[in-house]
Write a protein of this length. Structure first.
Length: 110
């Protein structure tokens, strides 16, 4: 996610590696099921859920949930913590801030 430290898209032209990182991040979110997973985690008590909880809440099959969770973790949007037989997922603290910064406005020059 370091290549996402560009600031607002309006601040300056992107370098190719920055554009690639942004495209990868947006690609990870370009699926309704993944957006729903993100929403569930943002509104979950304690901000985390295990894979079975997500599967149950969204009424998706286990392989489907695993596929989407893997994509979100690889993109740096979610964090995964293994506890006993379950993996718990939460939104990476910096993920939403970086997305907000990308689509924020550049400060007006004085």
């Amino acid at each position: 996610m370091q290549a996402l430290d560009h600031g607002p898209l309006t601040a300056a032209p992107l370098q190719p590696e920055q554009a690639s990182a942004i495209a990868s991040l947006l690609h990870a979110l370009a699926d309704a099921s993944r957006v729903l997973i993100l929403s569930e985690l943002l509104h979950a008590p304690g901000g985390e859920l295990n894979g079975r909880d997500i599967q149950s809440r969204l009424q998706l099959r286990q392989p489907t949930v695993s596929h989407h969770l893997r994509k979100l973790v690889r993109a740096g949007i979610l964090e995964r913590e293994k506890r006993g037989p379950y993996a718990y997922f939460s939104v990476a603290p910096e993920a939403l801030a970086k997305l907000a910064a990308l689509f924020g406005r550049a400060k007006a020059s004085a």
